[in-house]
Write a protein that binds this ligand. Structure first.
Ligand code: WTA
Length: 630
């Protein structure tokens, strides 16, 4: 696919994509390998919602990620893997090898009975086998559901059960910095309540002792020795599901966001190539985990579709020290680097001496994703990492959007600190007020919606289309609602101001307040609790929990510890509250609704403007909350 090469071309393409969206996307889709062509580019209506791209087209995304590169770049490195421990060997997998390894694992899945449409859960560390297995699912048309390997047994079980997965892929353990986590033990616990799983295939990574259940558990290595390396790609309809990825919403239950083959493929490559301005032979590194959407689209699919070399890192930014990211950039001469503001802030706090030690001159483009990047972090990234020679792309998007929707195009369009700037061609954002009226012109602020479909948009929530409709398409009829607040400045640049729903963004990870509240409620002494976000220097947002206890027989410290453990058990350590305040009551309206606005203000430390509290059932609880706030 050809990329946009100048500002004039960006504006021209943008206009073209609005005036003639179908021919615009038809042209982009034509650069891929299809088994048969679509009969219509787009069918859509946002009420049901129903969105179909490249209708009737047949393809397999892995043919486009792998087979089609075999003639042109068989020996180019596709996946460059950097292990957690810098002393361990780097792994380089060429396109040719990757094709073979994906085919082999696809045959393993078939041997275990997997077929088109089955759901397969992956609960794995950031090792090449995770990418291989993800692609192997796509090869045979099974729907992959990758679950971040930091989630608890309970969270894993919920996700496996929601999609009735029949195979689980995991590893004995995982390395994260100096820590080691026994994933198989967590998986075993989860599987106690997952009757749909018939096979669990286990990769040996740490070599720790684990238990293997006969007839259910199989070693990866043994399974791959039983099959051949030939596996024809399954013919998929453009609108067949490719994957499910769970994300948090404003109710307690995570949503299985579903993406489909054709549109996702086209937009993943289009956005990758244009935003990062990828050039052949560039070394590209996205530091996300494959357990999140960023890892799906911009570690696996986007780069491999473009024939790029994608670096995959197993470890954490601060191991063995806070120079690890920069050491890797230097060692592999990385050209494009994509990370999250929380990592930037954490590394900035460790001091400039870390990046200063390394040669970062290969870097051309620096990306940011996951949350609004604050001005200070933006400037530090620009100065100490980009050495004022790189273009910073602040990319706004969501699990539901499948790919980047609003972002500068590196070195093509203008950047502006803290602004995601302009929509990509094909994307029609609009800002609405609380009545749902579109705010036209510049210098406006409101809620961000998208008013026209784009190829990689969410198609449904697995098993609950009604929820998809209610969450995204009902608040503002005829528009997709993002859940984000947004401002458009005098230049027409977009700045995302954060979530306007009950979702908090902790270190770039989305968590529903209700989800955390449900976790806390599992502690037997908790009667009721309310969770809100508050500004946090490193994490962006932290979690503040207000908790009413039954009878307080233990000390507050002990209870705090126990509640934290409960949350880790129910969800995972990413959901641990940063602050816990035990309260006698929560501010409720007479109809019993918790006034979160007040709790948010207290958590922010701003009690001067609490607004009217006279409508509360018991206004005096607020005084107690303020007095004992943390
Ligand atoms: C937030 C991650 C500001 C936003 C790709 C969105 C951002 C949520 C940015 C989606 C950004 C993501 N600037 N906010 N550049 N990128 N967000 O689904 O609130 O994990 O709705 O997808 O992260 O998070 P998700």
């Amino acid at each position: 696919m050809k990329k946009i090469e100048s500002l004039a071309e960006y504006y021209q393409d943008y206009q073209e994509s609005i005036d003639h969206p179908e021919s615009f996307w038809e042209d982009k889709a034509s650069s891929f390998q299809w088994m048969s062509k679509w009969s219509k580019v787009l069918n859509w209506e946002f009420d049901s919602p129903k969105v179909e791209w490249f209708v009737g087209g047949k393809l397999n995304i892995t043919e486009n990620c792998l087979d089609r590169h075999l003639e042109i770049r068989p020996n180019q490195v596709a996946i460059l893997w950097e292990p957690n421990d810098p002393k361990e060997k780097v792994v380089k997998i060429t396109y040719k090898e990757l094709h073979i390894r994906v085919s082999i694992f696809a045959n393993v899945l078939k041997n275990h009975g997997a077929k088109k449409g089955d759901r397969i859960c992956l609960y794995m560390p950031m090792v090449p086998e995770l990418a291989i297995a993800t692609l192997a699912c796509a090869r045979i048309g099974a729907i992959h559901s990758v679950v971040f390997a930091g989630f608890s047994a309970k969270a894993l079980a919920d996700r496996i059960n929601d999609a009735s997965c029949n195979i689980l892929l995991t590893s004995d353990g995982s390395y994260r910095g100096s820590k080691q986590l026994c994933l198989k033990a967590i998986a075993d616990k989860a599987l106690e309540s997952c009757s749909s799983i018939t096979s669990c295939i286990v990769l040996k990574r740490t070599g720790e002792k684990i238990s293997m259940k006969p007839k259910r558990d199989f070693w990866w290595k043994e399974e791959i020795s039983k099959v051949t390396s030939l596996c024809k790609a399954q013919k998929m309809d453009s609108e067949d599901p490719l994957f499910i990825l769970y994300t948090s919403g404003s109710t307690g239950k995570p949503k299985g966001v579903q993406h489909h083959c054709g549109g996702y493929m086209v937009y993943a490559e289009y956005s990758f190539r244009n935003v990062f301005q990828y050039n052949q032979n560039d070394i590209y590194w996205c530091t996300a985990d494959i357990g999140w959407i960023t890892g799906h689209t911009y570690i696996i699919y986007g780069p491999l579709l473009a024939g790029a070399t994608t670096l995959m890192f197993e470890g954490v930014p601060t191991f063995p020290d806070a120079g690890r990211f920069w050491e890797i950039c230097d060692k592999h001469q990385v050209n494009i680097f994509y990370t999250a503001p929380t990592a930037i802030r954490a590394l900035q706090a460790c001091g400039n001496e870390f990046p200063e030690k390394y040669d970062l001159s290969s870097l051309k483009t620096l990306g940011s994703v996951g949350e609004p990047i604050n001005e200070e972090a933006w400037h530090w990234y620009n100065k100490y990492i980009g050495r004022e020679k790189c273009s910073i792309v602040d990319t706004w998007w969501q699990t539901e959007t499948g790919g980047i929707l609003i972002s500068p195009l590196s070195n093509i369009t203008k950047t502006k600190p803290t602004y995601a700037t302009l929509p990509l061609p094909g994307i029609q954002p609009c800002i609405v007020d609380l009545n749902g009226d579109e705010l036209l012109g510049n210098n406006v602020q409101g809620n961000l919606c998208i008013k026209f479909p784009w190829p990689s948009m969410i198609r449904t929530i697995y098993g609950d289309h009604e929820r998809c409709k209610n969450v995204y398409f009902s608040n503002y009829p005829g528009k997709y609602f993002t859940g984000d607040g947004c401002k458009r400045d005098h230049d027409g640049f977009y700045r995302i101001t954060g979530r306007v729903d009950d979702v908090i963004n902790v270190s770039g990870h989305r968590l529903g307040t209700a989800e955390v509240e449900n976790g806390i409620n599992e502690h037997p002494l908790v009667i009721e609790n309310a969770v809100v976000g508050f500004p946090h220097d490193i994490k962006g947002q932290g979690i503040y929990a207000y908790i009413i206890l039954d009878k307080n027989s233990l000390s507050e410290n002990e209870l705090t510890e126990q509640i934290l453990e409960t949350v880790v058990k129910e969800i995972g350590s990413i959901a641990k509250p940063d602050k816990i305040q035990f309260v006698r009551g929560l501010p409720k309206t007479r109809s019993g609704k918790i006034m979160r606005r007040i709790l948010r203000k207290v958590a922010e430390g701003d009690t001067s403007t609490l607004g009217d509290t006279s409508t509360l059932l018991d206004p005096s609880v607020v005084e107690g909350i303020i007095k004992n706030s943390k």
